[in-house]
Design a binder for this molecule. Structure first.
Ligand code: TRP
Length: 369
């Protein structure tokens, strides 16, 4: 279905505070999109039901992180006047849609989802047993996206398989039941390093258990400790005069993802831009200490305002609660309307009107003739 509207839906699982990887891979972009004025609606879903699919034994963890994620959103500049922040578990239409979409996906197709496959490995579900809810969460994600009639889904690269599956479900639904659902597109960061920021230790992903994250809510001391104490540079760069290497050098990966020419003008006017700095590093003569100091300045110029904004919201959790409640009320209307449309398309909207009584009567009459 073509709504001729530009609608965004995106979300996060509330399993922990959001970190720099979320920020450069998605949050920063969301704020830009929000402020671009190009969208008719922007919906941001705190996906607590999805978080439960692999945390069924620990709902308290999800409950605790609801507020952390909400605070992270507000502190990076998600504006509740422009964007609707809502809570997945409080939207029953999503559950119903998931149930219908389950029938449009085979278990074989679900088994091939590369992101879910990797997550199954990481969580040890292959040995322990795989929860059916976790296995099929891409279907619930399709419900999230379609319930809002979203045509644009800004996400990190790891979410591409989910959007692909959503598109397949939409195509199948529309083919069987008639044109009803909007076909969504993923939107991923153009900058490659922003798509997948490594941990400070150079490991592929920031993860709490590896202790290699920089959280948006970390204080200056922690940020410095992560960069100075843990961040990987070039192990062959022993003396300042030695030529340095950029591959696998996390300091430069982070600079690639974050720094602008303005940062050079402000903090390191020896260079006009990152290319000049890189060239000097590769030539030799630029020390890791200087690079790290610059990175900390760049990080702090991004993180300090976020931290200050968070402090304000933290002092007013009542208001944050109301933002979630009001956003969820708005999302309830939107998603219920989609469910009504879906039930109508499937012709299971029995109690919308009594016309079906006539249809059933005619059927019974015809059977007797
Ligand atoms: N799977 C996403 C993640 O792990 C979270 C999510 C849930 C989501 N529903 C969504 C993202 C809908 C985009 C659209 O980060």
């Amino acid at each position: 279905m073509d709504t001729k509207k530009n609608i965004i839906l995106t979300g996060d699982r509330p399993t922990g505070r959001l970190h720099l990887g979320h920020y450069v891979g998605s949050l920063k972009r969301r704020v830009e999109l929000q402020n671009s004025g190009k969208f008719d609606a922007i919906n941001i879903l705190i996906a607590d039901d999805q978080a439960l699919t692999d945390n069924a034994d620990n709902p308290a963890k999800i409950r605790d992180n609801m507020i952390q994620v909400a605070l992270d959103y507000l502190s990076v500049g998600i504006d509740p006047k422009k964007s609707t922040i809502c809570v997945q578990s409080a939207l029953p239409a999503l559950h119903a849609l998931t149930f219908y979409y389950m029938n449009l996906v085979t278990t074989a197709r679900l088994s091939r989802n590369p992101t879910v496959k990797a997550e199954i490995q990481m969580r040890g579900f292959a040995d322990e047993g795989l929860p059916a809810g976790f296995f099929s969460y891409p279907v619930s994600q399709a419900a999230d996206i379609t319930a809002f009639d979203a045509n644009v889904v800004p996400v990190g690269e790891d979410q591409l398989p989910m959007i692909e599956q959503t598109r397949e479900i939409v195509e199948k639904f529309n083919k069987i039941y008639g044109d009803t659902l909007v076909l969504p597109k993923a939107m991923i960061p153009e900058n490659e390093t922003q798509r997948r920021l490594p941990g400070v230790d150079g490991k592929a992903k920031m993860s709490k258990s590896l202790g290699n994250c920089i959280y948006l809510s970390d204080d200056v001391k922690t940020v410095k400790k992560q960069v100075n104490g843990k961040m990987f540079t070039d192990p062959q760069h022993l003396r300042i005069e030695d030529p340095g290497h950029l591959e696998g050098n996390v300091v430069f990966t982070y600079l690639d993802a974050l720094c602008t020419d303005a940062h050079f003008a402000e903090f390191l006017p020896d260079y006009a831009n990152l290319d000049e700095m890189k060239a000097h590093y590769q030539r030799g003569g630029l020390g890791d200490g200087t690079c790290k100091k610059f990175l900390i300045n760049v990080l702090e110029s991004e993180l300090a305002p976020i931290r200050a904004e968070r402090a304000k919201w933290e002092a007013d959790i009542d208001t944050v609660y109301d933002i979630l409640r009001e956003g969820t009320a708005k999302a309830t209307e939107i998603t219920n309307a989609t469910l009504t449309r879906v039930r109508k398309a499937m012709r299971i909207n029995y109690f919308d009107d009594r016309a079906i009584v006539k249809e059933w009567e005619a059927l019974l009459r015809a059977a007797k003739q």
